[in-house]
Structures are given as C-alpha cells and as structure tokens.
Design a protein around this ligand. Structure first.
Ligand SMILES: Nc1ncnc2c1ncn2[C@@H]1O[C@H](COP(=O)(O)OP(=O)(O)O)[C@@H](O)[C@H]1O
Ligand SMILES: [Mg+2]
Length: 214
C-alpha cells in the first residue's frame, strides 16, 4: 500500500483539520443522534462495488469515534480481500476468520493501534468458506460480545455486488452506511444496494459520497 493510500485512509488521525475529516465527524454525529436511544452500536460500512472506499471510510469513521473518546472496535469482515491490517500496519495471521473457525477469541486477537481507544480485529487468513463463517452463530455471538466490550463497532465489508457477505453481515448489525463513489458508482447499483439493505434487518443510517475532491 502506497504512502498516499495510507495517508488517505488515516486522514482523521493525520489531518484532523481537513474538510474530509470534518465530513467523517459529521457522519459520526449523525449516527450518534440517530442512535440516541442506545440502539446503534454495530455499524456496517457497505458499498455496491470494489474500490468505492468502504475500507477508507470505515477506518476514518472508527478514528472519528475514538477521537470523541469512544471505545471503538474496527472489524474487517471483508474476508475475501482484507485491507484494514494494511491501513493500520497490523498482523493478519489471525483475525475474524480464525476466530469464527473456532481458534482464539476476540479479546486476545483484537490489536491495539497507535490511536487511543481504537482496537482493530483484522480479517485473518482468507478462508475457503467466507459466507458460511459470516452467517454462523459464532459471528452473531462475536458481535454481541463486541457490543458489550466497546462503545461502538465499525465493520468493513465486502462489495455487495459480488457476494452476499456484506448483506449477511449488515443483517446482523444495528445500522449500515452506504458508500457511493462519485463518478464511478452507477446510480442503478447504488439504488439496488439501498433496496437490498432496506429489505434486511439493518437500519440505513447514512450515505457517504466519496471522492468528492476529485
Ligand atoms: N476520498 C478518496 N479520495 C481519493 N482516493 C480514495 C478516496 N477513498 C478511497 N480512495 C482510494 O481508493 C482505493 C479504494 O479504496 P478502498 O477504501 O480500499 O475501497 P473498498 O474498500 O470499497 O474496496 C484506495 O486506493 C483508496 O486509497
Ligand atoms: Mg475494502
């Protein structure tokens, strides 16, 4: 991952005064207002296609929460093309995939970062059966345990277009944020993603128009 990509992905911590950082803070505030009753603790960050900015957005929303003194777990549920370990320069030899396969548990596998209040649970080695793992009772239990331990859990997901992984995950979450990439996400694809999410148990809590500056 290039230096530029790393910087972009960590803009909240490296350039907190920027307009991009302000947008992430605003999104955080919106989610907090919507979840005033305490019902919005697990938030999936989803998008229709690959490369629209889910990982970048989830990393920055997570940092925005941690800067507001919330205890945050950032979880990489994109078991097919994991990214968060690269953004935060963490090990990925174990993670969500190994926990769901029955090896180890969240408390020992989640990693601390250079950012106070922020822990990351990486995706782990690519498993042969991602959808099955995400659909499992173990995943539901892991999210429940994470809600107990952290103030908020931000979840990076796989692209909705290629597999049902993101929908499976979002369905287990309290809310979902839809990332739309300016000039790239087709209106039709975004609309379809939105309708699919609305049919699930999750609550759409926001959309982010990414790549605005380009
Ligand atoms: N707002 C942005 N401006 C410029 N580049 C961006 C922006 N958001 C994401 N990127 C870049 O686009 C690429 C894909 O972003 P990523 O967050 O990995 O997408 P996804 O997780 O949806 O596949 C990365 O190289 C990332 O650095
Ligand atoms: Mg990604």
């Amino acid at each position: 991952m290039s230096r530029w990509t790393l910087k972009r992905a960590r803009i909240m911590s490296e350039n907190p005064g920027s307009t991009a950082a302000e947008s992430y803070r605003r999104l955080r505030t919106n989610i907090e207002i919507l979840g005033r009753d305490g019902g919005l603790k697990t938030i999936a960050v989803v998008s229709a296609e690959q490369g629209e900015g889910r990982s970048t957005t989830s990393a920055n929303i997570a940092v925005a929460y941690s800067q507001a003194n919330r205890k945050v777990l950032l979880l990489d549920s994109d078991l097919r093309s994991p990214t968060l370990h690269r953004i935060f320069e963490l090990r990925n030899d174990r993670g969500l995939s190994t926990i769901l396969a029955g090896i180890g548990e969240m408390n020992e596998v989640a990693q601390r970062t250079e950012i106070d209040n922020l822990q990351v649970l990486c995706a782990g080695p690519i498993p042969p059966n991602p959808s099955e793992l995400l659909e499992s009772e173990a995943m539901t239990e892991l999210l429940a345990a994470a809600k107990e331990k952290f103030d908020v859990v931000i979840i990076d997901t796989a692209a909705m277009k290629s597999t049902s992984d993101a929908l499976i995950v979002a369905d287990k979450c309290d809310g979902a944020v839809l990332v739309i990439r300016r000039g790239r996400t087709k209106l039709e694809a975004a609309e379809k993603a939105k309708l699919t999410l609305q049919a699930s148990r999750t609550r759409m809590v926001g959309a982010i128009l990414n790549h605005r500056g380009r």
